[in-house]
Write a protein that binds this ligand. Sequence first.
Ligand SMILES: Nc1ncnc2c1ncn2[C@@H]1O[C@H](COP(=O)(O)OP(=O)(O)OP(=O)(O)O)[C@@H](O)[C@H]1O
Ligand SMILES: [Mg+2]
Length: 239
Amino acid sequence: MIRVEHVTVVFGGVRPLDGLDAELHAPICGLIGPNGAGKTTLLNVLSGFVHPAQGRVWLDELDLTHLSPVQRMRAGLRRTFQQEQVVDDLTTYENIMAIADHIPLDRARRRTEVDGALALTGLGERASWPGRRLNLFDRRMVEIAKTLIGAPKLILMDEPAAGLNEAETERLRALLLRIPSASGAQLILIDHDADLIAALCEETLVLDFGKRVALGPTRTVLADPTVRQAYLGEPGAAC
Ligand SMILES: Nc1ncnc2c1ncn2[C@@H]1O[C@H](COP(=O)(O)OP(=O)(O)OP(=O)(O)O)[C@@H](O)[C@H]1O
Ligand SMILES: [Mg+2]
């Protein structure tokens, strides 16, 4: 469970998050909103890369607010970025293994977990390929595989489907659905594809101008006229 209490972020004159309160409980939660709504900023606040001017963030009973990104990682928090962080000169296996540098895990368990993550993401046959040989989809899979190492509790993904074709998005969707049961982690997912969010997420938070527009069951949220107006660009009255 993730809880955000009155979080405000200030960058100069901009407030990417403005007094945001939210609690997300479902195994897979969606985070949507128009460009510039504050979605990535919220992920940055949760993962410790941006410090809020005001407010607190909690992972279950743990107050994350003053923890560093590495401390949060040790507490079970993982994230992917809008740009994949794959090192071209390391193999797929080494890229995934590298995250274990930040997590206390003995060698045998590291190997077992990396093998498990390779299998789940379908990267097993490309384990020894250098990062530079991997296509966009496989690079995305490496990013996801890294989040599965070391008993994650919360995995944050920023637009994992961006740039993927329909078949790849379908493979991604099937993988994401398996993540809570396979890893035990809650998954919070940013995406602009409302169909993907509807297919995966029981609960969805909608942001606009750094504020909460809606939060609740995804089906209800996506049918809300205010959401359709803010997010889908539809006139409110027409819905
Ligand atoms: N480091 C920064 N310095 C100044 N302004 C920033 C910074 N990062 C984000 N912003 C501003 O904060 C607002 C929210 O940005 P954010 O990246 O969180 O939006 P987003 O919802 O992820 O958008 P997108 O869908 O385009 O990825 C935007 O107005 C953006 O320009
Ligand atoms: Mg973003």
